[in-house]
Design a binder for this molecule. Structure first.
Ligand code: TXA
Ligand code: MG
Length: 332
């Protein structure tokens, strides 16, 4: 792999400086862009050398393909095929939004985008700034999450800066991401949707549109249809513990532990026992704060992060998937 250049001057752009971001992207630069899920690291998906810069900046394995972001279904059809009616129904219901569809690849993109697969993942994002960039530029943008490979995804521009300053051309300094977890990835090469990565669009919501939708998150027998799920992911430096309730031993960790949970998980009498507690009102708030909290705990040099285990209903499936991966001690 090309060694990443560490000497790049990373421009910090305001959302209003869209034209500058578009110029950089159109001329082969790579830019940290906001989306409603997590920040992405974008490049023109047709430009091989630009896409290579993404892999180098992130130190990402070249066998892990990228999601291509587009403004419309018509734009996606230039390089991908839609072969089943349920896909149109789902696109109509959930796009633009936090969902990516793995479609048969027709060609026309830089070869490293698809990592040699016969499929390509496509997403129409909803975030206002990125939507404008896509519409005005007409570029298909390949964009993985804007973190160093293996680190928690970046949900703020500051987190993009922490991981990638000096390695990328610019960062758009927009609001924190709405969902805070990556998009739902759906295999759309089959007669019924198969969820390959849980996200904000839940299996139950997909089943409202396509009743036969299934999930293959935990089906090891099928192998890994989504290459990225092979890699160790989302890991802070602190060790992650997953708890349905606090145990006595957890209290002994005291000042070396950070806790993220729903309200009521830490009894009032134990509130001073930990270094920092992020107590969330809702599962949505828990999800949106998780990755930023991992980074905060690392900046405080916490040795442990205790995450409350919650029900895998709805958004809980995606949240628990990320927490369990962060807690895994061995690559799967
Ligand atoms: O929310 C998101 O999806 C964010 C924003 C920036 O759009 N992007 C993101 O990209 O999370 P990344 O590269 O961190 O994760 C993409 C996942 C990886 O697990 C990758 O293996 C999978 O999608 N993927 C990409 N192309 C695929 C394909 N053709 N077939 C199966 N899985 C694919
Ligand atoms: Mg990622």
């Amino acid at each position: 792999m090309n060694l990443p250049k560490l000497a790049i001057n990373t421009a910090l752009l305001q959302p209003s400086e869209l034209d500058r971001a578009i110029e950089l992207l159109a001329s082969g630069g790579i830019v940290g862009v906001p989306t409603e899920t997590v920040y992405g690291l974008a490049a023109d998906a047709r430009n091989e050398s630009a896409v290579q810069k993404i892999f180098a900046a992130k130190e990402r394995p070249s066998s892990n393909p990228l999601i291509v972001h587009v403004a419309s279904i018509d734009q996606a059809l230039r390089f991908a095929a839609i072969e089943h009616d349920w896909i149109y129904a789902c696109l109509q219901r959930f796009s633009p939004g936090p969902i990516s569809f793995v479609l048969p690849y027709r060609g026309g993109l830089a070869s490293s985008v698809t990592a040699g697969l016969s499929t390509v993942a496509v997403r129409i994002p909803q975030q206002a700034t990125l939507s404008l960039i896509l519409e005005r530029s007409g570029l298909p943008l390949a964009a993985p999450s804007a973190n160093r490979s293996g680190r928690p995804s970046a949900t703020t521009w500051q987190a993009v800066h922490e991981d990638l300053a000096g390695r990328i051309d610019a960062i758009i300094c927009d609001q924190p991401c709405q969902w805070g977890l990556e998009s739902t990835v759906v295999d759309a090469t089959t007669p019924c949707p198969i969820v390959l990565r849980a996200g904000a669009v839940t299996l139950a919501e997909l089943q409202q549109v396509a009743p036969a939708a299934t999930s293959q998150l935990a089906d090891a027998a099928i192998g890994h249809r989504s290459p990225g799920t092979r890699f160790r992911h989302y890991q802070p430096r602190a060790k992650v513990l997953v708890r349905s309730q606090l145990a006595k031993d957890d209290l002994q960790l005291g000042e070396t532990a950070a806790v993220i949970c729903l309200q009521g998980f830490v009894p009032e009498s134990c509130r001073d026992a930990f270094q920092v507690i992020c107590s969330c009102e809702t599962v949505e708030a828990y999800a949106s704060k998780l990755f930023a909290f991992f980074r905060e705990a690392d900046s405080l040099n916490a040795e442990w992060i205790i995450c409350q285990a919650i029900s895998q209903q709805g958004l809980g499936a995606a949240l628990m998937d990320r927490i369990q991966r962060a807690a895994a001690t061995e690559p799967d």
